[in-house]
Write a protein that binds this ligand. Sequence first.
Ligand SMILES: Cc1ncc(COP(=O)(O)O)c(C=O)c1O
Length: 496
Amino acid sequence: MTLKSTNEKQLTLDPENWDEAKRLAHIMLDDMFEYIQLIRNEKIWQPIPQDVKQYFYSRLPIEGKELANVYNEFKKYILPYNKKNLHPRFWGWVNGSGTITGLLSDMIASTMNPNVTFGEQAACYVENQVINWSKEIFEYPDEADGILVSGGSVANLIALAVARNAKMGNEIRNTGLSRNTNKYIIYCSEETHYSVQKAIELLGLGNKHLKRISVDKNFKINLDELFKIIKEDKLKGLIPICVIANVGTVNTGAIDPIEELSVFCEQENLWFHIDGAFGAWLKILREYDNKLNFMYKADSISFDYHKWIYLPYDISCVLIKDGKLLIDTFGIESNYLLKHERGISSGEMVFTNKGLQLSRSFRALKVWFSIKENGLNKYKKMILQNIKQAKYLENLIKVNDKLELLAPVESNIVCFRFTKPSLNQKELSILNKNILMDLQQKGIAIPSSTIINGNYAIRVAITNHRSRYEDFDTLINSILKLAESYISKQEIKNFT
Ligand SMILES: Cc1ncc(COP(=O)(O)O)c(C=O)c1O
């Protein structure tokens, strides 16, 4: 028996006219390619006019409009005011510069639209392969495991959750943090990224149990202080559980002494985590072998594919050396996700048991496409190119007595300032802050800033595959010109 069909029109969100939709799609793709191709000619940043900001407060659309019209609005109100970290002179924070292959893979991943949770589906095999490649890069054993996540902050959270459960006992999943938890201590240098603090707070361990160890003149953790404090803490009845090392600190790119820390953590039975959000990638360069050949000793490593592998946001990875511990921390059996002997539920890989997310996008595809296309060797060359550019910039600063390097250049981060003997520290900080704001506002270049030993620093972090040596000449020449114009107009005393 069949039910009588009605005349009611049944809806879908697929296009009514596929040919028209394809034409528009091709226009969009052409526009996006052109945008990237010509990005050097674009103003790197421009303020968002008031009327454009106002546009974003229009009321909820109840009725729709043609996609082509919406796209025109996008081109008018959104695209011109992009942050433009694709631009060759964008070196702010540690932003990735994006790739065409990443763009195309994201489009394909969204087309396929798999939920990469579990099951017998190609996307699970792709992510598993990307994790295996990552293990190979960091010389991790077969029993290691990992998961792709949104960013280094989440990667650190996952790693530290595993560390906590491994060291405080997995029973914590049941009992919560009720048992003497204020005795457990984690250690890192004072240059460590704040995502670690967020993780420690979220994990219920408490910020005051994250002990920040001072750094030496090269911004690396002071080992003697670390060893001393851990010894004293143990005598006080506290329980050290974990040391976090930086391979590339966010401020200056400093690399903590990995060999000494790994040996110490092994002796003391401490979890050894490496935050290598961008710097971990130095591992693929033989030039950094002597600093990083003990990375494989770490119990966990986090690193971003959206920083120094240049992929579009957002994609990061966390590896756990003893992969079983990842599942001990996150695994849960449920009636609605039962594994079957046959069919789509028969797959072996259960990503939801390795992290927080149940619904997960097909992030892995852009890594898969890109590594296959470029091979590791291309990335070695690209990363080395950025390091040489950092050295080039360092030299431009060193040969000019109007510029002062504020931290050693260990990899891709250069911190410096304009300087003048007649100005005091406060005036120099204010002058350099104004120079930075001018560089950004005039659309010349986008470095960011930080504070080094109490002084304002212009900070250039190079994870950009479009930068050229000439771009650093432009930066330095512009800084000198801007500074001279402030000085000649005697404006510094009026700065606030
Ligand atoms: C050393 C370090 N750790 C962690 C992070 C956080 O990574 P994400 O921005 O991908 O969350 C960053 C970001 O710059 C970083 O530099």
